[in-house]
Design a protein around this ligand. Structure first.
Ligand code: ZN
Length: 137
């Protein structure tokens, strides 16, 4: 039988649009549960914030936010903006997804050299919660 461990972490964002590198916090939790080999689910239970895996180079992080702003047009004529001025954030979350599953090897996230796990905030600043679920040895 595989072990299943779970927790949630709080991530505070300070801008309307922001990427927050959460790799170290996830790794710290994997250490506290003495993880072995398995998989980790990182899940955002939010409709306006997602999870991505990519390079946390500051210029690229701004490029990613610019791309998503261009595609989702904050303040554009979306129907949802009639009741809640954040349609762009919902649409960005639809595009990037609510979660990632990452392999864990000998207790560490098995990421590529340049890969980092990041929270995508599109309607901040807010306090966000991310659910982490580890399944493995
Ligand atoms: Zn909304």
């Amino acid at each position: 039988m595989a072990r299943v461990e779970s927790t949630s972490i709080r991530v505070s964002t300070s801008s309307r649009f922001q990427l927050v590198d959460i790799t170290a916090r996830i790794q710290e939790w994997l250490a506290t549960i003495n993880a072995g080999d398995g998989i980790l689910l990182v899940y955002s239970p939010h409709t306006t914030a997602g999870v991505i895996v990519n390079e946390a180079e500051p210029g690229l992080m701004e490029d990613i936010l610019d791309l998503l702003r261009e595609i989702t047009r904050p303040g554009g004529g979306w129907r949802h903006n009639r009741i809640d001025d954040n349609a762009h954030a919902h649409l960005a979350q639809v595009l990037v997804g609510d979660s990632r599953v990452i392999p864990v090897a000998r207790g560490s996230l098995a990421l590529g050299t340049w890969q980092r796990v990041m929270l995508l905030e599109m309607d901040g600043p807010r306090s966000r919660r991310l659910n982490l679920v580890y399944i493995g040895s």
